[in-house]
Design a protein. Structure first.
Length: 655
């Protein structure tokens, strides 16, 4: 896991050394184990200039023909020897890569490439990607099972090839202006040198404040800085910059021929193998653990694999006990210790419990935002920050996590509304009534998002957008001019109609637009802030493509979500966890923090001149809404947090 950077002057002219070094060193936290650069001339007639270590201590300038430069910061997970140094060249020196990620099937791919005649100098997945590209070209992407973002200079073709993994687990940002293309793993890399001048992107800010959306498009919170979307590739040469989508969610239900028991067994085998290859590492591996169904499944499978040595010699043998890290609270409303203790006992893990302190975390917000780079939509990410910080202090460099399970297995309450809507529109009245009764029997109350998604499934799109604006109370505080300027973005509240069912469209939206992308953004930044590689077995490409094809009955049935996971984890998980019906997951006492612990700080922020001058809200009305929220007459904690997060972000990057 690493930080990458690059500058390509497409019209010619030398790379600015100071700028490239600043871009690379701005990401030192992503790769504290090494630093490297390469400078390349177009046409392939000049010898590459490769440098290990600081540029300042090695070279003062490069000749004018060297118009492409790569930078790299290394976090050594596989083969920590100098053989894994980046940027890395092909054997003949014609192809170069700067790469950030982890390819979990690198051993199998390496063996296939060796059978085709390719030789390897290292034991890294980087060299596997490099040789795979030379063997299969851009089609190599379909063979990579993992998380990645990379740039490859193809000398024979005189072109730059950039790609990002299927779901965007690893970031890739770029700026393109005046024949100058620059890229990096983080936005801060693109705030250096000639590209430094930028400003806030009001369209993205509107989507964040009104819809709670983030990472839902190419655009970022910064003008002129965009991200390569998940599952996309870029080809850059002297004449053009071309972006194409190389992967999308499977369009058909190809698993329909399986009976339920076959599907359960196949999923069980896939998930177990996903965890197995995610354990491959030359350093210590731990896991996040909330006590929920997803993270507990990962921990119990990992512990079982380590005990049985099924993971092979790439599982570090320092200890047979897995170390887990959990966010805990004394208030039982936000605490999952009764469940996580069962998972710890069952897996015989070494448990580290983290107790996030609201006052401390609010004081760290400037630092957290500097690493996050963009505002974020909830305080659960603060708990995740505290967990990553603690894991780092315990010397752990790799953490497994359960992200993706809720999106793939319909773990969020709102999925029930989409499912009911499909039953309603399909005339399956008996099944609808049965499922509604079962849901009510297993839940204390119907979650509001159930009704919201039922409305999405059966009402016209315009009615859904209008009703949402009214119910969320945005008109109480938003600046009318700001709202009017971006009124055309109301359609974003409706899921894109790509598949025949509302449930399938809901899942697609959550996987690719409105839920998982932001979760992956924050997972990456929180972990990499402490030089930790976060791995997500539920997002193994085989698991993803299998689960999205399954019929609804294997995800939602008889009032229970994640049906196939519950069945697959029989005899793997403790029964109370396997049959949990409540959902938490690193939840925080957000309302308590906003109304009590942080109230003096928030009131101070709302009274600051800068807050009053923002064009997004009517600051006086916002203050009144906050007072009513503190008194309990309005439930607008998410909205209040977005104001605060956005304002502190402004102060961090633009003041």
């Amino acid at each position: 896991m690493c930080g990458i950077a690059g500058i390509y002057n497409r019209a010619g002219g030398p790379v600015d050394l100071a700028e490239l070094e600043a871009m690379t060193q701005a990401q030192t936290h992503r790769g504290p184990d090494g630093e490297g650069y390469v400078f390349l001339a177009m046409g392939g007639n000049e010898k590459p200039i490769a440098i290990s270590g600081s540029l300042f201590n090695s070279i003062r300038r490069v000749p004018s023909k060297y118009s492409l430069g790569f930078g790299h910061r290394r976090l050594a997970i596989l083969d920590p020897s100098p053989l894994g140094h980046q940027p890395m060249a092909s054997e003949n020196g014609a192809v170069w890569i700067t790469y950030n990620g982890e390819i979990y099937n690198y051993l199998e791919l390496g063996q296939e490439l060796q059978s085709l005649g390719w030789c390897f100098r290292s034991r890294t997945d980087t060299e596997v990607v490099l040789n795979a590209y030379q063997q299969w070209g851009m089609d190599c992407l379909h063979r990579l099972n993992g998380m990645f973002a990379f740039a490859i200079w193809d000398g024979p073709r005189n072109q730059l090839f950039c790609a990002r993994d299927r779901l965007g687990m690893k970031p890739f940002y770029y700026r393109h202006r005046d024949n100058r293309f620059a890229f990096g793993s983080e936005i801060k890399a693109l705030l250096k040198g000639a590209f430094a001048a930028t400003g806030p992107n009001e369209k993205t800010i509107y989507d964040f404040l009104v819809f709670g959306l983030q990472d839902h498009s190419e655009e970022t919170f910064f003008k002129d800085i965009v991200q390569l979307p998940p599952g996309h590739q870029l080809v850059v040469d002297r004449d053009r910059v071309r972006m194409d989508q190389w992967w999308d969610l499977p369009p058909s239900d190809e698993s329909a021929h399986l009976n339920d028991q076959e599907a359960i067994q196949q999923f069980s085998d896939l998930l177990r193998d996903a965890v197995r290859i995610h354990l491959r590492s030359d350093t210590v591996v731990g896991s996040c653990l909330s006590g929920g169904l997803d993270s507990s499944s990962v921990v119990c499978l990992a512990a079982d694999l380590r005990r049985s040595s099924e993971a092979g010699n790439k599982v570090r043998a320092d200890s047979s006990r897995l170390k887990t890290f959990s966010a805990c609270f004394e208030d039982p409303r936000f605490d999952e210790r009764p469940y996580l203790h069962q998972a710890v006992t069952h897996s015989e893990a070494d448990s580290v419990e983290v107790y996030p302190d609201g006052r401390t975390l609010f004081g760290e917000m400037p630092t957290i935002l500097r690493f996050q780079e963009e505002p974020f939509g909830g305080t659960s990410y603060l708990a995740q920050w505290a967990v990553m910080q603690t894991a780092s202090r315990h010397g752990v460099k790799v953490l497994l996590d359960g992200q993706g399970g809720d999106e793939l297995l319909c773990g969020y309450p709102g999925y029930w509304g989409s499912y009911w809507g499909d039953l309603f529109r399909g005339g399956a009245w008996g099944t609808l009534l049965k499922e509604m009764r079962a849901y009510r029997a297993s839940q204390a109350a119907v979650h509001p998002t159930v009704w919201a998604n039922l409305a999405r499934a059966v009402l016209p799109r315009q009615a859904v957008a209008w009703a949402r604006m009214r119910m969320k109370g945005h008109s109480l505080w938003i600046n009318p001019e700001f709202s009017s300027a971006y009124a055309d973005r109301q359609a974003q509240v409706v899921y894109e109609q790509r598949f025949p069912s509302s449930l399938a469209n809901h899942m697609a939206a959550y996987l690719q637009r409105s839920s998982l992308p932001a979760l992956l953004h924050h997972e990456d930044r929180n972990s990499m802030a402490f030089s930790i590689e976060s791995r997500l077995p539920f997002l193994d490409m085989r698991v993803v493509e299998f689960l999205v094809r399954l019929p609804p009955r294997l995800k939602l049935q008889n009032g229970l979500s994640k049906v196939i996971l519950r069945q697959a984890m029989r005899n793997v998980l403790p029964e109370p966890i396997r049959m949990r019906t409540d959902k938490m997951g690193f939840v925080t006492p957000q309302d308590q923090w906003l109304r009590e612990s942080w109230r003096p700080d928030i009131e101070g922020i709302l009274n600051e001149r800068s807050f009053h001058e923002r064009p997004y809200w009517d600051s006086r009305k916002a203050q009144q809404v906050y007072r009513e929220y503190c008194h309990g007459t309005r439930q607008m904690g998410k909205t209040v947090w977005r104001w605060i997060s956005l304002e502190l972000w402004h102060q961090q990057f633009f003041q």
